[in-house]
Design a protein around this ligand. Sequence first.
Ligand SMILES: [Zn+2]
Length: 141
Amino acid sequence: MLVNGAVVAGKGASTAKGLRSVEEIEQIRVILQSRFEELNTEYEEAVAQNTRLRLVEIGDAAGDDQADSGSKTAERDAATSLLRTLLDRRTQAEHALHRLDEGTYGNCEGCSKPIPVERLEVFPSATSCVNCKQVRERRAS
Ligand SMILES: [Zn+2]
């Protein structure tokens, strides 16, 4: 009887601390996984696009006037920075999945409470809750 009572009390205590439920963790994992796959596809498309741009450039560089080659350089720069952005985001999503496995994902850096799933759904790489973020921004300005 006493043992059962202790177990129930223990469960209550862990809920009061605000630990994330298994359902929530699974929900976040699905969000992160699909985000990662989305970014992976986008990245591969951008790589292919980038390769095409370079091939075109090599192919007709000889016949270019200056305005033409200028706009091509801009196009290529845009493609390169898109690649970098996508790679960064993909790394972030991958990193978040690792942290989820370790059990450190989605806890606020400020108050160490779990960040609400709704927030993580919009910003999977968020490292603080809305409250702490606002406090930090107010201090910064
Ligand atoms: Zn916080």
